[in-house]
Design a protein around this ligand. Structure first.
Ligand code: HEM
Length: 230
């Protein structure tokens, strides 16, 4: 029972922890369902279905991770940031599963076939590029690594997520042979998210050059502004 005058903090620490637990379980579900279907023999083309499901979840979660900041700004729910790392790490986990399925089950670790794919198939090159760009992001996703690198360097490094997402979208577009509606939908969502980032970046740099201009006018142009990125 809620006593009169009691303030309900909808997203207090306890509730956030519960939401995080639910999110963790939800993010495990695609993998758990795959394992269940595999064991129960429900997969008609197991390797193909394993590859596709892990690939699509890696991409979806990458896009959701990128959407966190715009949603935070639009809704004002800043605590959403607390879910971003988990989403990013799960995206990388699905990528790793996807790549491992390709290496071990699809190509049966045949060095020759993998080499041919990596040198001759643009969609494989794009997928691999995305994966490689995400490796340093996953390795530096802990609080300890964030502290070690320092906020600004960490942020710069984590901008690799944008080329990684573009490579992932290209991977999907290039691998589809007939109907490209689905990859185009994902690419459009990515374009919206990147467009939003670009707009924020342009507004910030406009403001920065405005500040520099007014500082120059008042004779303080050479004083560096603390915390401002170069
Ligand atoms: C690490 C290198 C990668 C390799 C070798 C690879 C390989 C593959 C292969 C063989 C397919 C199936 C193609 C087909 O159906 O003909 C596929 C599909 C797919 N991959 Fe990758 N991939 C890689 C990385 C990635 C990454 C990083 C992402 C996402 C972030 C991704 C997302 C997808 C998607 C969305 C599909 C299509 C799923 C569908 O058809 O529903 N892949 N990939």
């Amino acid at each position: 029972m809620v006593l009169p005058g009691t303030r309900i903090d909808l997203f207090g620490e306890n509730r956030l922890r519960t939401l995080k637990t639910f999110l963790f379980i939800a993010l495990c579900m695609p993998a758990a369902t795959l394992v269940f279907d595999l064991v129960s023999g429900a997969l008609i083309e197991p390797v193909e279905e394993l590859t596709k499901t892990t690939g699509i979840w890696a991409l979806r979660l990458l896009l959701v991770t990128l959407a966190i900041t715009p949603i935070r700004k639009l809704t004002g729910w800043h605590k959403l940031i607390r879910f971003r790392r988990m989403l990013g790490v799960f995206s990388f986990t699905y990528m790793t599963l996807h790549f491992s399925i390709y290496l071990f089950l699809d190509r049966l670790l045949s060095g020759e076939e993998i080499f041919t794919d990596l040198t001759e198939r643009p969609y494989i090159i794009a997928g691999f590029t995305c994966f490689m760009l995400c490796v340093p992001l996953a390795l530096t996703s802990t609080d300890r690594m964030m502290r070690r690198l320092g906020g600004r360097h960490w942020q710069r490094l984590h901008r690799l997520v944008y080329p990684a997402a573009i490579a992932a979208a290209l991977h999907f577009i290039w691998l589809v042979k007939a109907d490209i509606t689905e990859p185009i939908i994902y690419a459009s969502i990515l374009a919206l998210l990147l467009g939003w980032r670009l707009r924020v970046f342009m507004i910030k740099s406009d403001r920065r050059s405005g500040t520099k201009r007014s500082n120059n006018g008042s004779g303080q142009g050479s004083t560096p502004v603390m915390g401002q990125s170069s």
